[in-house]
Design a binder for this molecule. Structure first.
Ligand code: SF4
Ligand code: SF4
Length: 244
């Protein structure tokens, strides 16, 4: 039976990730260039004390790498905006809809503008950015336009191909993956698979889930296991997230 709490838990962590990103334009987390102050959730660190939060950030990154070694592409399925985007535009309902291209453009625009603003406002508050843009400041106009164009390219054109072939985290994950990493296993001993393709239709990465769920491309999002449980009953899903 698939873990019925897995997706709700994943949604909570995804929401926390979005709130964290939102905290940057709101200036709870930012770097004040003029005063050389790093602000982490409202607490300011000057040059002399900045190494405390920097150590904490490095520790957090190492912890994510450790988790990736044990649990697979956990960052993708729980925190990455691209995965959230793909879950929306590659849902079975979306794939069957004629309006999918419009949906892709709308969500791509939302995420591209949002992520660009997150990056810019880490260094400059929105008010300053608008002032610089209205005064024709070319560096900020150029950086903003390049970021939006780059993100739009990823969201509209590359989509899951970027996750599989271009994302630096995916490359690191390939190195970290071993026999001791959690994988999504498919087994059909009783030959009960009805070939309904529910598992394939729901995969955000468009994997042929029954053959590719064990690959490093799989984000262990558990959606195929849940789709199979919908088809065969909760006890009979043919997919299982397996910790060696
Ligand atoms: S194969 Fe299953 S667990 Fe892996 S990404 Fe696709 S839906 Fe998610
Ligand atoms: S969802 Fe289950 S029953 Fe349907 S094709 Fe996939 S493995 Fe087979």
């Amino acid at each position: 039976m698939p873990n019925s709490k897995y997706t709700p838990r994943r949604r909570v962590i995804q929401a926390i990730s979005v709130l964290f990103l939102l905290s940057i334009p709101l200036r709870f987390v930012c770097f004040d260039l003029e005063n050389e102050i790093l602000r982490i959730f409202g607490k300011d660190f000057g040059l002399a004390t900045m190494f405390y939060p920097l150590f904490a950030i490095v520790g957090l990154l190492l912890y994510v790498l450790y988790l990736s070694m044990k649990k697979g592409r956990i960052f993708c399925s729980h925190m990455c905006p691209m995965h959230m985007f793909l879950e929306t535009v590659n849902s079975p309902k979306s794939k069957a809809s004629e309006t999918r291209p419009i949906k892709v453009w709308l969500w791509a625009t939302f995420w591209s503008v949002f992520l660009t603003e997150v990056i810019l406002s880490f260094f400059q508050p929105l008010g300053n950015q608008l002032r610089l843009i209205s005064s024709g400041n070319m560096p900020i106009i150029g950086i903003g336009a390049a970021l939006i164009a780059g993100f739009m390219g990823l969201f509209v054109h590359y989509q899951e191909h970027f996750c599989k072939k271009g994302c630096p985290y995916a490359l690191i994950q390939m190195l970290l993956q071993s026999d001791r990493t959690r994988t999504m296993k498919f087994a059909n001993p009783e030959k009960t698979c009805t070939n309904c393709r529910g598992c394939d239709d729901i995969c955000p990465f468009n994997l042929r889930t029954r053959f590719e769920s064990k690959s490093t491309d799989c984000s262990n999002c558990n959606l195929c296991a849940e789709a199979c449980a919908d088809e065969l009953g909760p006890e009979n899903t043919l997919f299982h997230l397996t910790d060696p």
